[in-house]
Design a protein around this ligand. Structure first.
Ligand SMILES: [Zn+2]
Length: 324
């Protein structure tokens, strides 16, 4: 069961405008949603599709409680079809579009809309685009096609001209900042760095997390297995946030204790490997000592000092303790 898709908060007005048109029965048969990468086209399109299929839709979208909404969350709504690029070539293939073409001519099973969603329509290959044209000219009654595309210029002009284009942009910056603030420390800068695309800011954060964890794992191994100097190891972490280093390492010391006690440690495989390779370097009590030191540093003002400076001291102590 997948939950219904919320409308990205910075696109609520765009959503409400479309709902108002649907209420007046003035929705075009084909919509082309465009906008920069990470603005929320995919989620907005999905939100819109669900709202159109809901039996009790409002300006805010699908109700979440009607039969249609239950079918949507179960992935079994008969009047909803979604196409996205597939395979290594990442194109939407002609066979898939032909199926869609036949499907959309059928009468809506539940008397409401019949909605087809084509994600990244700019990845339609040539014959797939041709196959779609006929449907765009004569869609079935109550059929709505929703296309999303970042590079609308890559779509054939014949397709573009048959769709009503809606450009999704940063239409409510304050709402985006509030949304990002739940996940990021500095949402304003993150949004700026990501060119105003909130989902791009999130992706970047995730990539940075992965990069940071790789550095931390390497430093942990080198420190406890005596590879390289303390100075070199703390320098390798100098670009990371001090608090992140301290909190990650203090968490891992507790995992080492669990490993010593043969308890499951339930971390991801790379962390388990690192802990398994190092947990015998200290006695249980020593692990707790290191853990307490890390926590103290984490809670003190030290996080305002340079990462390298803070870590060098405690790393040197750890080296002494493991020098058995
Ligand atoms: Zn509903």
């Amino acid at each position: 069961m997948a939950p219904l898709t919320p409308c990205p908060p910075w696109l609520l007005k765009d959503g409400a405008a479309l709902m108002a048109r649907a209420a007046r029965d003035q929705l075009p048969h084909a919509l082309l949603l465009s906008g920069i990468d990470g603005i929320g086209k995919r989620r907005f399109a999905r939100w819109l599709a669900e709202a159109l299929l809901c039996r009790r839709r409002s300006e805010a979208g699908a109700c979440g409680g009607c039969d249609a909404c239950h079918q949507l969350t179960a992935g079994s709504h008969p009047d909803f079809l979604m196409l996205a690029p597939e395979g290594a070539s990442a194109v939407i293939k002609v066979d898939a579009v032909r199926e869609l073409t036949e499907w959309i001519q059928l009468t809506a099973g539940q008397g409401s809309y019949r909605v087809a969603l084509l994600e990244q329509a700019d990845s339609l290959n040539h014959s797939a685009a041709n196959s779609l044209l006929k449907t765009l000219e004569e869609p079935g009654a109550q059929a709505v096609l929703i296309l999303t595309a970042t590079r609308t210029g890559a779509l054939p002009a014949t397709i573009r001209s048959r769709c009503q284009k809606i450009t999704l942009g940063m239409h409510d910056r304050a709402a985006a900042i509030v949304w990002l603030a739940e996940m990021l420390d500095d949402p304003e800068t993150a949004l700026l760095d990501a060119g105003g695309a909130p989902y791009a800011a999130m992706t970047r954060r995730d990539e940075e997390h992965v990069a940071a964890r790789t550095l931390l794992l390497q430093a942990w191994n080198d420190l406890f297995l005596h590879k390289g100097s303390v100075g070199r190891i703390s320098t390798s972490l100098s670009r990371l946030d001090t608090a992140l280093c301290l909190s990650t390492f203090s968490r891992w010391t507790l995992l080492a204790v669990r490993q010593l006690e043969n308890l499951p440690i339930g971390a991801d495989p790379a962390v388990v490997t690192a802990i398994s390779a190092t947990h015998e370097q200290l006695e249980k009590e020593q692990w707790f000592t290191v853990h307490d030191r890390l926590l103290q540093l984490h809670r003190s003002d030290s996080t305002s000092f340079k990462t390298q400076t803070v870590l060098e001291g405690i790393f040197a102590d750890i080296r002494l303790m493991t020098n058995r």
